[in-house]
Write a protein that binds this ligand. Structure first.
Ligand code: B1M
Length: 227
């Protein structure tokens, strides 16, 4: 059993090596995390993702620029490649399963958070139709119709790109009033979700599946009450 102190040390190393974009070191510490029994989801969120947050702070301070951020993202992804199979293996399949169309809205290329959200849905046994990043608004609608998915998840990381969300929601509802829509991403919050007409909001990857399950349950109850 890994001690709390050692866990903290490993998380700190994962964090620091992402900030320093030391890809090989990130991989090394991700492997150590697994060998020593650190929860791979905790290693991802409290180690790798926290490192990316600090890189963001450095970007704010004009200490880092886009090339550094890209190298940090590469380092994070290298660590995620090691931790992902362990997260998938540790996943408890949920009883309620659904399918979700997921993507980062048009005008936005930030996909690290969306990829973590995707991972959590996969771990829970959902079918994920991943549209990727910078997704044209109508693509969400087309894919929802094609796949008959119960839920659509839209991510945005910028105060500019988030403005595209209400239009996607409007178009989705026009084609299928039954679809359940959830949004997420750093500039979004429950008030924004309500204002934009979304059915749900999740603040992070850890809570996204629960939120989607809630939406699915409500949808099923509504369908039953109509019978
Ligand atoms: Co950019 N970027 N970036 N960037 N970048 C931000 C977002 C910014 C806040 C930095 C800053 O100024 N402080 C800022 C946006 C400002 C604004 O709001 N207007 C910004 C900017 C300005 C830009 C550029 C314009 C820079 C430039 O070119 N001058 C450019 C934009 C290009 C574009 O999109 N059109 C740009 C580019 C990039 C990189 C490509 C270099 C890189 C992205 C690499 C990639 O994603 N593949 C990058 C990065 C890495 C960041 C920061 C530093 C980190 C984002 C991140 O990955 N966080 C970011 C600053 C910051 O956030 N501190 C910043 C880690 C990730 C795990 O968290 O994405 O929040 P997050 O995801 C969380 C939750 O939000 C939630 O769960 C996730 C996991 O827990 N969540 C959901 C996300 N989606 C969800 C969906 C859900 C539910 C939950 O349901 C559907």
């Amino acid at each position: 059993m890994v001690t709390e102190e050692r866990t903290k040390e490993i998380l700190k190393k994962l964090h620091e090596t992402v900030v320093q974009f030391e890809e090989e070191e990130v991989v090394k510490w991700a492997k150590i995390a697994l060998e020593e029994g650190v929860d791979p989801f905790v290693a991802t969120m409290d180690g790798l993702a926290e490192g990316m947050m600090e890189a963001g702070e450095k970007f704010n301070q004009k200490e880092y620029f886009v090339p550094e951020l890209l190298m940090c993202a590469d380092a994070l992804n290298a660590g995620l490649d090691i931790l992902k199979p362990a997260i998938q293996a540790s996943g408890r399949k949920s009883e309620v399963k659904g399918s979700i169309v997921l993507g980062v809205v048009e005008g936005d290329v930030h996909d690290i958070g969306k990829n973590l959200v995707k991972l959590m849905f996969e771990v829970a046994g959902w079918t994920v139709y991943d549209l990727g990043k910078d997704v044209p608004l109508d693509k969400f609608v087309e894919e929802q119709i094609r796949t008959e998915s119960n839920v659509v998840g839209i991510s945005a990381l910028m105060t500019t790109s988030m403005l595209n969300m209400p239009e996607v929601i409007k178009r989705l509802r026009a084609k299928n009033p039954k679809v359940r829509i959830m949004i997420g991403g750093a500039p979004v919050n429950p008030e924004v979700a309500e204002k934009y007409g979304a059915d749900g909001y999740a603040k992070d990857a850890g809570t996204a599946v629960d939120e989607a399950m809630k939406l699915l349950k409500m949808l099923k109850e509504e369908e039953l009450s109509k019978k």
